[in-house]
Design a protein around this ligand. Sequence first.
Ligand code: AMP
Ligand code: MG
Length: 483
Amino acid sequence: MTSPVSFGFNFINSYLTLPKDFYTQQTIKQFRAPQNIIFNQELAQALELNISELEQEGFIIANGDKLPQNAQPISQAYCGHQFGHFVKLGDGRAVLLGEHVTSQMSRFDIQLKGSGPTIYARGGDGLAAMGPMLREYLISEAMYHLGIPTTRSLGVMSTGDPVFRETTLPGAMLIRVAKSHIRVGTFEYAATLEKSLLQNFSDYVIERHFPELINEENRYEKLLQAVINNQARLIAQWMCVGFIHGVMNTDNMSIPGESIDYGPCAFMNHYHPNTVFSSIDRHGRYAYQNQPIIGQWNLTRFAETLLPLFNDDIEVAKEKALELLDTFKHVYTQHWLQIMRHKIGIKTQSDDDLELIEDLLKMMETHQADFTLTFRHLNQPELLDPGMASSEAFRQWVLKRNERIPEHQQQHSQQLMDAANPLVIPRNHLVEESLEQATQGNMNPFHDLLEVIKNPFSSPKDSRYLEPSSIEFEQTFKTFCGT
Ligand code: AMP
Ligand code: MG
């Protein structure tokens, strides 16, 4: 065994202070010939890691006998409601190496995804294919640069071993960075244990993610409210860029409020509220327009886990939970309206805002207009969908919207719009094309696309990054999860 390299990781392992029910210590599978495929220098720098060590030897993390100093690999236990059904899960193909603490005392989980089967693998191979891991890298970077809370990716390593799906694919591993991997599903798991363990776990979460609540009376109720607020804001942000998560199971809803688990997610191009891309979402449970409702449904499952900590009288506890859950709709709508107002260039509030925004969305639906470019080009009708731009309804809409923008604020209105409306999203056909090439060994299209999505509010040199995926492409485009 060689002496351990730190790579600059400053690990603590606070999760190991929890009762043993919450995790299992794990060894990492030895892979044949691990290699760095892509490494996130900017993130490594932000995390104060040793860039040259990671670039030269980062791939050795993939091999269990050469783990970074002080890493103590564990897989975490959790449950989840998957498409509405309760299941016992856990990290089936992921291990947490430790929590990296920066000099500013920010703490990040460093997790390997695709690192071999764990005790929670339920018969799965514990592996990941290169395409989906690069997809997670790309989409999480896109979300980050759009200003949306998200887990990030420090790198992708190929393992040198094949993985067997419908076809044989090159295996890979992702290094995921998150505020933590604690999910609604982790609370669902905690709620299956004794009350003292649930309380112990909830206190751990409060101390780690909501330290301002430690000394609060009714801290568990305040925890619920904080998680509701974070999720309401996050989902509003998704909706305002046309992001469809695709698999909003409770095990994929993060307690610190980050977007997590980029499986079958995709950005909508042609606007339709029922858009679904996930191949397994046959009934559209996680369709674009359902995301806020599902968010509230998931938060209801979260609230249920906390009931024993709210009050010994279950009826009193339920009443309190319902009262808090009722705030979701209002908090969500306020965030959504605030972003949407800016997207159409309006700064002030009015009772008619909701109707004004919905009228625009209805026209976009009728004309299958591109979600991203319609908002960005609202003031340049020559760049909009010609059918929509030339319609009387749109002309009337613009007049109504303009009534809300005083003459002297027109410049400011355009600035608001430019800051709220990205020009670039990762277009589905380009993502697929870049992953196909990457899997065949050509990383150039992936790197090119990555550079463009890192500046979503600026105009790319090559206009092909702006073009929506064709309607024909989107009609047959399907995304997959767990691959
Ligand atoms: P996901 O759909 O990625 O959120 O995964 C749902 C559950 O399935 C989690 O518990 C994962 O750890 C597990 N899982 C997904 N793919 C695999 C795999 N190839 N091997 C073992 N477990 C897996
Ligand atoms: Mg998951």
